[in-house]
Every structure is written in structure tokens, then in C-alpha cells.
Write a protein that binds this ligand. Structure first.
Ligand code: ADP
Length: 150
């Protein structure tokens, strides 16, 4: 079995505008993952440039920063066994045309420039991104009272 991890997920502005927040949250809840932080935020350009710093040499970097700042984003932290890997499977390939049906991107989008959701790609990036987007006190550790998911 895997290990308990945390990951950072964000429903991008197109996902919020298309009313897909509930659908997306439902998929992660359905996997039994635990929501430990969530907020709707209009993100500053500064934070977005830092968040995507690794991609700054790519030609689409400015466009990506503009897209992510074009409206509110739903930022979340999820916890669970192998949650980083599980989330990437639920999200699907970066280019929605390569994403399998049944994944979020495979089911709901077609453009790489509007691919609905971000998920951290490793435990290290998750740690960096969570620290960038959330204050410590915004992340809640709560115990399951039902044994259903344990
Ligand atoms: P992922 O979000 O699947 O981890 P990357 O980290 O490679 O993918 O890229 C970050 C984001 O940059 C993507 O989700 C997408 O919004 C955008 N992006 C990636 N490649 C392109 C591209 N060729 N053209 C436009 N935007 C892109």
C-alpha cells in the first residue's frame, strides 16, 4: 500500500466559470481522498509567476499566467494514500486530446491552454505549492469518525 501524502489541486478559471467545481470535487471525494483545505481566490500575477516558475522559459508561459489570473481559482489541498499519483490519474494528460475518457480533462475539455485543473506532479512540488498558496492555519487536520474510508 502507498503512503499518506498531500497534494495541491486548483480548479482553473475555466473550470470555475463552467460550473465544474462540484463535479471535480465529487470525483476526488469519490476516491475517498480527504479535503484538508479549500478556498476561492483571485490569484496575483506574482504568485502565478512563482507557481509556474519552472515553465518560465516556455513560449506559453505569459499566456498561462494570464489565463490563470483571468478569474477566480478554487485552490485545494487533498490528503490520502498516494494522493499525488492518484490525482494525476483522475486529472488525465496535460493535453486534453491525449487524456483518456473518464479523466477530468478527457471528459470536459479539448484545449491544452484551457485544461480545467492543476495537480502537483510530485510530493516535493506539492510541498512547495501548498506553502505558496496556503497559510499553515488554513490547512485542517481532521479525523474520520466513520470507519468507511480507513
Ligand atoms: P500539467 O498541468 O499537466 O502538470 P505542465 O506542468 O506540463 O502540465 O504544464 C502546466 C500547464 O501549462 C498546463 O496544465 C497547461 O495549462 C499549460 N500548458 C502546457 N503546455 C502548453 C502548451 N503547449 N500550450 C499552452 N499551454 C500549455
Amino acid at each position: 500500500r502507498g503512503v499518506q501524502e498531500r497534494t495541491f489541486l486548483a480548479v482553473k478559471p475555466d473550470g470555475v466559470q463552467r460550473r465544474l467545481v462540484g463535479e471535480i470535487v465529487r470525483r476526488f471525494e469519490g476516491m475517498g481522498l480527504k479535503l484538508v483545505a479549500l478556498k476561492l481566490v483571485q490569484v496575483s500575477e506574482e504568485l502565478l509567476r512563482e507557481h509556474y516558475a519552472d515553465l518560465r522559459t516556455h513560449p506559453f508561459y505569459d499566456c498561462l499566467v494570464r489565463y490563470m489570473g483571468s478569474g477566480p481559482v478554487v485552490a485545494m489541498v487533498w490528503q490520502g494514500l498516494d494522493v499525488v499519483r492518484v490525482s494525476k490519474v483522475l486529472i488525465g494528460a496535460t493535453d486534453p486530446l491525449d487524456a483518456e475518457p473518464g479523466t477530468i480533462r478527457g471528459d470536459f475539455c479539448v484545449e491544452v491552454g484551457k485544461n480545467l485543473i492543476h495537480g502537483s506532479d510530485s510530493v516535493e512540488s506539492a510541498r512547495r505549492e501548498i506553502a505558496l498558496w496556503f497559510r499553515v492555519e488554513e490547512i485542517l487536520c481532521w479525523e474520520d469518525s466513520a470507519s468507511h474510508w480507513l
